[in-house]
Design a protein around this ligand. Structure first.
Ligand code: HEM
Length: 292
């Protein structure tokens, strides 16, 4: 298959001088990479502070993104502006994400998962690029796949531990690249293939700019996922508070009912009624004598 061909020869080409597309991409996306790492969502994730709800949300969002990305990649697989970086067996994630969706949401997952607004924007951009500016598609493939083969592998371990997912890999298919034996070597191959694309300086700059856009689309996604999960946590807290208040009021009423019951015990006891009545009479007489 084309994608796995000439792996050793290609690896040698990665020693190209600075100014290559791969170098330009790495250099020019450093700041946005740092920004992505430092989003609240990602910072919490790195600390192992990720709930099952948050993880499911990010995985379903990735499902929408990879479906669009890989649809556009398939459309352009023979286009010379993308063909050298076409590695479906090694990289494509849609079918892995389908397995993860089934694991987390069950057999009706397609009708259950929801596409947040920020993810819709990302998906729209991928379709636009794939159909109108295919020479920029490599920027999106680079941003996601090389990221998945780098920091993604750290995130896999964190998620497995935090969510106590099975060591057999269920729920983590997305992070598992069965056809890539060495992530480091594969990334070298990918970089050399990017460098082999026939792009002039201006086109290279456009690809770099598009990669920055891709990072920003990821950042927007993380920001929205953070918002969604914070909102649902606030809603859950409010629900718990309301439940507590209702319980408190109900307890108060039962205390009130208890004291009413005590009062009715008093009023229904003839002896107590007599004692209270007699006391009241004595008080009236005492007041009358005082007034004389
Ligand atoms: C907690 C979040 C993240 C961590 C810990 C992380 C970590 C890393 C690490 C350690 C590398 C390897 C650097 C190297 O080999 O020199 C890397 C590379 C990369 N990461 Fe991330 N990353 C994170 C988030 C992201 C995100 C959100 C994206 C984009 C969606 C991304 C895209 C990339 C790309 C494209 C590369 C390859 C850079 C290159 O060699 O040209 N990363 N990341």
């Amino acid at each position: 298959m084309e994608s796995a061909k000439n792996m050793s020869t290609d690896t040698k080409n990665s020693e190209s001088p600075v100014g290559d597309l791969s170098e330009a991409l790495k250099e020019s996306t450093k700041d946005v990479h740092e920004q992505a790492e430092n989003t609240e969502f990602m910072k919490n994730f790195q600390k192992g502070q990720v709930s099952l709800e948050e993880f499911k949300l990010v995985m379903s969002s990735l499902y929408f993104i990879y479906s669009a990305l890989e649809e556009e990649i398939e459309r352009n697989k023979e286009n010379p502006c993308f063909a050298p970086v076409y590695f479906p067996t090694e990289l494509h994630r849609k079918s892995s994400l389908e397995k993860d969706m089934l694991y987390f949401y069950g057999s009706k997952w397609r009708s259950v998962i929801h596409c947040p607004e920020a993810v819709k924007k990302y998906v729209e951009r991928l379709h636009y690029v794939g159909q109108k500016e295919p020479q920029l598609l490599v920027a999106h493939a680079y941003t996601r796949y090389l990221g998945d083969l780098s920091g993604g592998q750290v995130l896999k371990k964190i998620a497995q531990k935090a969510l106590q997912l099975p060591s057999t890999g269920e729920g983590l298919a997305f992070f598992t690249f069965d056809a890539v034996s060495s992530a480091m070597k594969f990334k070298q191959l990918y970089r050399s293939r990017m460098n082999s694309l026939d792009l002039d300086k201006a086109s290279k700059e456009k690809v770099v700019e598009e990669a920055r856009t891709a990072f920003l689309l990821n950042i927007k996604m993380f920001e929205q996922l953070q918002e969604i999960t914070s909102q649902s946590q606030t809603a859950k807290k409010e629900e718990t508070d309301v439940r507590k208040r209702v319980k408190h009021i109900a307890n108060g009423q039962s205390h009130g009912a208890e004291s009413n019951k005590n009062m009715s015990t008093v009023s229904s006891s003839p002896f107590l009624r007599y004692v209270l009545g007699f006391g009241f009479l004595l008080a009236v007489i005492a007041l009358g004598l005082q007034a004389l």
